[in-house]
Design a protein around this ligand. Structure first.
Ligand SMILES: Nc1ncnc2c1ncn2[C@@H]1O[C@H](COP(=O)(O)OP(=O)(O)O)[C@@H](O)[C@H]1O
Ligand SMILES: O=C(CO)[C@@H](O)[C@H](O)COP(=O)(O)O
Length: 480
């Protein structure tokens, strides 16, 4: 019974699962928190990974390990392999002007957006690595001058697991490469000309591996026990959304809605997407196919913020939300607490509309919070369907899917039923499934069962989205 491990190094925490490679049965798991903020020293992820691996009982008995990680984060290394500055994460909006510049320089407006969508599958927004590199070149020229290689969070962690064996050993996969802004999912090639356009020159970038291609071996010295039963293969890893698709077993006709720090709506597709509106990012997936995806910056943490505001825990927030009527008697929260990426409003703030004496209750605010967060994702679902996604089945995952209120209210907002797999760590599971694929070989990942899903099918309440659509046009930007 070979074992494999999967890592989810996401925004808020690192999770590790150890599973049976053939059946997928869960054997052990661990987790450790990440620091807050949108700029993080990658060494903190490394320490969290080590702590989560230790809690999961170590890796000495596994055949392979893969890392799924938050997408887009800019990890810059100098010639000796040291980190140049803290990583700028996917939800750091300081490069919004850089994103705008890159579109302008490509002809601006529809022309500029179409250029990027066709060249890289996606129109640049502040999340993408290319825009962060432009920001670095403009604002920190000394740091920019020291950059010898640029990679993503999961690439860096995989490289560290290999013992950090020199910059030429950096590896990535199609899924994560597709979120950089300088790799084309359509051709499967880097666009180093676009990297140079963004940054002014061409630092080293990781080699892009195929879906089940090994990135090397775990350095036995990394965990200090040197006691591995045999060489531990390193999988290519991938971005956390591509890993979640693999973990949740998403197939043709499925749309996954993930409610974590980010809210994402994505589908596995056979052809690459190129949406010049910028709503849908035409990423690649972890199986050799494609992953058209919409991402919002405001998801589970909007629930956290409302719970803090009301002085309750998340369970109580959910109870309060379910105790108010659908539509919250007209109270609408536009949840742009971190600015927003889709729609592209990096400087926007959240807004509460429809306050009356009657709606000024904790229950109404809780309901408006859940509905507002879900409305942003419902707009994403529309955009994905407009790009050709089938949406026969909507699968709800991520930390926010643990909320009964989110599960019950989602069909009312989405206008369709949702299926919810058992609570779990689907990014780490997807990474583990990829590791099993690398260890066992074959043309497709091993067939693991997700377990029994629950279906939620409350009737649609169109008025929720109609009122939200008016409210979301009336928000203030952050005070200067
Ligand atoms: N019972 C719950 N009800 C509502 N939200 C929950 C619950 N448990 C966890 N969460 C949410 O899950 C979020 C973390 O989700 P997760 O998918 O692990 O995030 P990430 O992968 O971005 O680090 C937290 O912000 C928290 O709000
Ligand atoms: O930027 C994106 C997708 O394009 C985000 O989905 C990040 O990949 C972070 O994910 P979580 O930590 O929220 O899972």
């Amino acid at each position: 019974m070979p074992l494999v491990a999967g890592v989810d190094s996401s925004t808020q925490s690192c999770k590790v699962v150890v599973r049976d490679a053939e059946t997928g049965a869960l054997v052990r798991q661990g987790r450790a928190p990440h620091p807050p903020g949108t700029e993080v020293d990658p060494h903190a992820w490394w320490e969290a990974l080590r702590a989560a691996v230790a809690e999961a009982g170590g890796l000495a008995d596994v055949a392979a390990v893969s890392v799924g990680g938050q997408q887009h984060g800019m990890v810059c290394l100098d010639a000796s392999g040291e980190v140049v500055r803290p990583a700028l994460l996917w939800n750091d909006t300081r490069s919004a002007d850089a994103a705008r510049e890159l579109v302008e320089e490509a002809g601006g407006g529809e022309t500029g957006r179409r250029f990027w969508a066709e060249a890289t599958g996606a129109v640049p927004v502040a999340s993408f690595t290319a825009t962060k590199l432009r920001w670095l070149a403009r604002h920190e020229p000394d740091n920019a001058g020291r950059v010898a290689a640029v990679c993503l969070p999961h690439d860096w962690l995989t490289w560290r697991l290999a013992g950090a064996p020199g910059l030429d050993a950096l590896r990535t996969d199609r899924g994560d490469a597709s979120g950089t802004g300088y790799w084309s999912p359509r051709t499967g090639e880097y666009r180093l000309d676009l990297l140079e356009r963004a940054f002014g020159r061409r630092p080293k970038v990781p080699v892009v591996l195929g879906p089940a291609e090994a990135a090397g071996h775990l350095d036995p010295a990394v965990f200090g026990d040197g006691a591995a039963a045999g060489p531990v293969l390193l999988g290519p890893g991938t971005g956390d959304n591509a890993a979640a698709a693999l973990g949740a077993g998403a197939g043709p006709g499925d749309v996954v809605v993930s409610i974590g720090t980010s809210g994402t709506v994505f589908a596995v597709a056979d052809t690459p997407a190129a949406d010049p509106s910028g709503a849908v990012a035409g990423f690649a997936d972890a199986t050799g196919r494609f992953l058209p995806l919409v991402c919002t910056l405001n998801a589970a943490r909007v629930l956290d913020a409302a719970a803090t505001l009301l002085g309750v825990d998340l369970d109580r927030l959910g109870e309060l939300a379910l105790s108010a009527p659908p539509g919250a008697d007209g109270l609408v929260l536009v949840p742009y607490l971190e600015g927003e990426r889709t729609p592209d409003r990096p400087h926007a703030t959240g807004t509460l509309h429809g306050l009356t004496l009657g709606t000024s209750t904790p229950a109404h605010l809780a309901r408006a919070t859940v509905e507002g967060m879900l409305c942003g994702l419902a707009d994403g679902l529309d955009a994905l369907i407009a790009q050709g996604a089938r949406a026969d089945r909507i699968i709800l995952v991520g930390g926010g899917a643990r909320s009964a209120a989110v599960r019950r209210i989602a069909p009312q907002v989405f206008g369709r039923p949702v299926v919810v797999p058992p609570p779990g760590e689907y990014v780490a599971d997807g990474a583990a499934r990829q590791a099993a694929w690398v260890a066992l070989g074959g043309d497709t990942p091993p067939a693991w069962s997700v377990g029994d899903t629950e279906e939620y099918g409350d009737e649609a309440v169109p008025a929720i989205r109609e009122r939200y659509a008016r409210a979301r046009e009336q928000v203030l930007d952050r005070a200067a």
